[in-house]
Design a protein around this ligand. Sequence first.
Ligand code: SF4
Length: 132
Amino acid sequence: MPLSTLCLRCGLCCDGTLFTHVPLRPDEVAPLKALGLPVREREDGRPVLPQRCAALDGRRCTAYAERPEGCRRYHCQLFSALSEGEVSLEEALSVVDGAHALLATAGEARGPEVEDYLDRHFRGRHRRYSAQ
Ligand code: SF4
């Protein structure tokens, strides 16, 4: 299926590239801990799942059936564009490959052009911010 093909080629929403954490509901904490996943607290006491997610194996979520609501609800810009037929799978995969190439070249010193690319194609209104 094209959408899962896209996500399995990407992984950027779970590997710490796009976000620092996933917000959790209080009732999601115990099930995630039972899976062996680390849960942290923000300064305001709200629980979060830090990213890079410990459930990620390569670019695949190993907790997919039990992933928290924040993961279920999140669709990146590119996913939405593909699901609505605004871009083809080939175009979407090219954007993903472009992101990985930019990130590999930039290393730890990601400049504004990389962040702009990530904002434009993936984050949209979901801007990166720190959990702490
Ligand atoms: S639980 Fe799965 S979908 Fe959610 S951040 Fe972790 S790897 Fe991604």
